[in-house]
Design a protein. Sequence first.
Length: 501
Amino acid sequence: MVYFVDVIAHKLHVEIWPNIVEKVLQFSIKFHNSTPAGKLVRRIDRGADEIFWIQLVFLRHTMPRLFALFFLLPLIFFLNWKMSLVICVIMPTLGFLGFWGAKNSQSLQSSVDKKWSQATALEIDAILNISVIKSFVALKIKMHELLKVISTAHQKQLKVLKWWALMVCLAHFASIIAMISVFAFGSFLHAKGEISIGEIVMFSGFAMLAVKFVEMTFDDFQQFLRRRSWIEKFFEILDTSPEILDLPNAKNFPKKITGLVEFKNVSFSHDGEIGTLKNVSFIAKPGETIALVGHTGSGKSTTVNLISRFFDIQNGKILIDNFEISKMKQNSLREKIGMVFQENALFHTTILENLKIGNPNATISEIHTALKKASADFVFDFPKKLETIVGERGIKLSGGEKQRVAIARALLKDPPILVLDEATSALDSKTENKIQAALENLTKNRTVFIVAHRLSTVKNANKILVFENGEIVESGKFNTLMRKKGKFAELIAAQISGVLE
């Protein structure tokens, strides 16, 4: 029986954990940008563990005791209803003590758990930024922050422990009073000739058993209260709806698209107040390379992120092949777009597995071709070649190597629309020239968006969009914009000046 109970609890645990991880991964980029990863991971892991514990304890211990009480109470009423009344008064008293203690300690325990969650977030943040800590000799500073939070959590926990200790003492005291009451009332009935000494002993045993069951159930309940805040946080995540949702009647894109992208008076704000983009309109024809340039914060990266619907716009329309993307299924949309980000992260696995994210069915020949086109054939110089483990976020590779693997991953996907968000920023001039040569071949029958500052990445673009304060202030080819001597010419002049200095 214990085996089957444990199997049920473990099966529920296996079902719950991956389901919530899947849901979290469906949340918007905005959610993940605003929620610390350490805090989120702790809420998921701790919540899943606590739910598993509650299930296991309930199935193993609490439920059998409740069944025992269910059969015990009618039995003692049948034997002697007067003595049974004493036992029935004892049990609600113990229940009231448990409820009273829970009410007074619940908010305190919730405050403690928040501090422990904060400590975990600081711990993970420190580990992820270990290079910064070492280079700035900031170990003492970060440890001081962590110890301060842990100390606060400990002090708050002590207050909760006092409540729990009081509850245990009161429960034991109530048990003693209960046994004395049963014996005293039994003696009174014996004096009246209504009950024998043997029946008094029998009911004392029943009372002891009932009180023991209630005490143990109370302990289980107390453990549940200790874990309640984590379980509530876990279910808060489950109850959260993703911000970016497919419409009920959303459709899939056709298997093949030309890559026509059109922005119609698109306005977007991250917080709903400050406008990141304001009435942005442009058309990118199939096979064109569109460069987006401008100062930091001008709206370039936001624009290309909107193409993949990482955020939902407030006004306007974004169309791909005349299909409004908000009315299409998100997965169908993103299957058509390949992205290489400014800061490329790789999974803590082999180079081969990282590349197959782009195309799980890719052959080794296709992988080799993609690596060569991305000038990432350095991979074959590694002892384990494609089986090389890259480390967390690709830490074992240099910045340029990570970007070239990420470019190969995007090329392997072979999408009709390609987005390069500062994709060549960490490459040396020689490697960058190789990438540019590869990209020239890739622009055929493919729409390419390049977000960049460097002159070499925008010179040959079919169209350059100049952003300033969320608006397109200039657009055209390189030579046309240079002759205008406007904002684009100023950007180029500032760049050249910076290089010469």
